[in-house]
Design a protein around this ligand. Structure first.
Ligand code: HEC
Length: 166
């Protein structure tokens, strides 16, 4: 009988410590989710203020476009860089130093001329690139038609080759 009581006591102590551990873990998960959301919204704000002046997803007509929408860039870059680190580095490196010879989107360079060099903060670019990689971006309405018409299924124009990958 005594043994049983001790056993029960130990068991309930064990249960109590388990639930508080669980709470702790949940708290950590909750916090890290909050942090990611914060980082994401920071990335989104940076993207809007620093990139959407040209890469604007809300342009109504294809004729007013001055640069490809970011969703198109994401699509093209994702084909070359399938993990987050490579993707973030590629977008960051490009924006730090946009040189025509390094451009992947050759069709866009022909149409709009190469992206003008601007002063960006590298850390902020990384946040922007992270945001782009992790989130679905807004797309202009004409974009889907354009993709279907111009690129036959969104494959780009196929001239963009870099490092032998395509
Ligand atoms: C002043 C206008 C302008 C701004 C602002 C701008 N871009 Fe661009 N960007 C362009 C144009 C035009 C192109 C298409 C021609 C090209 O590819 O260089 C382009 C192309 C790109 C490409 C594809 C490059 C390639 O491989 O061909 C990336 C990536 C890119 N921009 C990222 C960014 C990011 C990130 C920002 C914000 C930090 C940004 N751009 C802000 C004009 C701009």
């Amino acid at each position: 009988m005594k043994n049983k009581i001790i056993y029960l006591l130990v068991f309930s102590l064990f249960m109590v410590s388990c639930t508080s551990k669980k709470k702790e873990v949940n708290q950590i998960i909750e916090n890290s989710e909050k942090i990611t959301m914060l980082q994401n919204s920071e990335g989104y704000n940076l993207l809007k203020t620093q990139c959407y002046a040209c890469h604007n997803p809300n342009i109504v007509s294809h004729n007013d476009v001055i640069a490809p929408p970011m969703a198109a860039i994401k699509k093209r870059y994702s084909r070359l860089y399938d993990n987050k680190e490579e993707f973030v580095n590629a977008v960051t490196d490009w924006a730090m130093d946009p040189v025509k010879e390094n451009a992947i989107m050759r069709g866009a360079v022909m149409q709009f001329n190469v992206m003008p060099k601007q002063v960006f903060n590298k850390k902020e670019l990384q946040k922007i690139a992270n945001y782009i990689f992790e989130n679905e971006l807004e797309q202009p309405e004409w974009f889907e038609n354009h993709e279907r018409g111009m690129h036959r299924g969104g494959g780009g124009n196929g001239r963009g080759m870099r490092n032998g990958k395509s």
